[in-house]
Ligand binder design. Structure first.
Ligand code: SF4
Ligand code: SF4
Length: 87
């Protein structure tokens, strides 16, 4: 399982989640080369340890455990994973 970032992050990208993630699996962080070009941040499902620290840190409640992603946001499970395939 993994945590997933969904659409409320679009345009916000404030990085509060990045600051609390113990395994640095949320990207791109501010300062990384691809940060400016993305509309939101993503969680690497292969590195997330399912700790849950990021979920309450998000000011717009964009982060959900995979099984709890709202029905109208389910596509973001794949979108988060796909971001890391070509990174
Ligand atoms: S659940 Fe934990 S490990 Fe996974 S992205 Fe959030 S803070 Fe990082
Ligand atoms: S804390 Fe929420 S809004 Fe901010 S970057 Fe992370 S997922 Fe996006």
């Amino acid at each position: 399982m993994t945590y997933v970032i969904t659409s409320p992050c679009v345009g916000v990208k404030d990085g509060s989640c990045v600051d609390v993630c113990p395994v640095d699996c949320i990207h791109p962080a501010e300062g990384e080369s691809d940060y400016e070009g993305v509309e939101m941040l993503y969680i690497n499902p292969d590195e997330c340890i399912d700790c849950g620290a990021c979920e309450p840190a998000c000011p717009v409640s964009a982060i959900f455990e995979e099984s709890a992603v709202p029905a109208n946001e389910k596509q973001y499970i794949q979108i988060n994973a796909d971001f890391f395939k070509n990174r």
